[in-house]
Write a protein that binds this ligand. Structure first.
Ligand SMILES: Cc1cc2nc3c(=O)[nH]c(=O)nc-3n(C[C@H](O)[C@H](O)[C@H](O)COP(=O)(O)OP(=O)(O)OC[C@H]3O[C@@H](n4cnc5c(N)ncnc54)[C@H](O)[C@@H]3O)c2cc1C
Length: 184
């Protein structure tokens, strides 16, 4: 949508994500998260890849290495002897959020990540993509069958934008909490 206005929020938080093996005994059924004055570290077990998925804020912007993420994880979790190994992938980037200015234009519609990308702090992307498809698919079916006016399709834009904007606000709050200085 080339004439779309600027995205809703692009404020970013630098961090490192990776999947690897860990030799700790923490439960794989919980989402672990620790905060210190420089940000959070999070860990969740991925049953599909059989590896731990780590997300660690790194405000220093150093190179994303196994050693770097291990150091930050040890510091924030206070599990000093944890070792990371068998890295599947590692990525440094920003926990930022982007929303297209328009989801509908003429006969084109944006859904899923093409319409909105959430910070991984939110963990929202997949179910928002499915909700988009259900919302638009139902309206397309009704319109094509002649059971509803094409004007119904416009409600895809208004309904989905309200949901996305709310999620952005909630994630912004989570991100600002993760930036809080101790004692602030
Ligand atoms: C590391 C990571 C962790 C995540 N964790 C979570 C989470 O915990 N919870 C959550 O809800 N979401 C999570 N997400 C986000 C989630 O994966 C996405 O929001 C979701 O997959 C978006 O679905 P989509 O169908 O819009 O796009 P995609 O899943 O990216 O699908 C787009 C498809 O289009 C194909 N494609 C691209 N270009 C072309 C072309 N020219 N022709 C044909 N095909 C093409 C691509 O190959 C791809 O298969 C995570 C994402 C990442 C990267």
């Amino acid at each position: 949508m080339d004439d779309a206005p600027a995205a809703t929020e692009t404020a970013s938080l630098q961090g490192i994500l990776c999947e690897c093996d860990l030799d700790w005994k923490l439960s794989r059924d919980m989402w672990w998260i620790w905060n210190d004055r420089d940000g959070f570290a999070g860990a969740e077990y991925n049953d599909f890849t059989n590896k731990w998925h780590l997300q660690v804020v790194d405000l220093d912007g150093q190179a994303a290495t196994l050693e770097r993420i291990e150091g930050l994880l040890r510091k924030r979790s206070r599990i000093a002897n944890v070792h990371l190994s068998n890295l599947a992938w590692i990525h440094s980037g920003t926990f930022s959020q982007h929303v297209a200015g328009r989801f509908l234009k003429g006969r084109a519609a944006l859904l899923g990540d093409a319409a909105h990308v959430f910070s991984s702090v939110a963990g929202q992307g997949l179910h928002f993509a499915i909700e988009d498809a259900l919302n638009l698919g139902r309206k397309l079916a009704l319109t094509i069958a002649g059971a509803a006016s094409p004007a119904l399709l416009q409600t895809y834009e208004t309904e989905r934008r309200e949901r996305v904007d709310n999620a952005i606000q909630e994630t912004r709050l989570t991100k600002s909490l993760s930036r809080c200085k101790a004692g602030a």
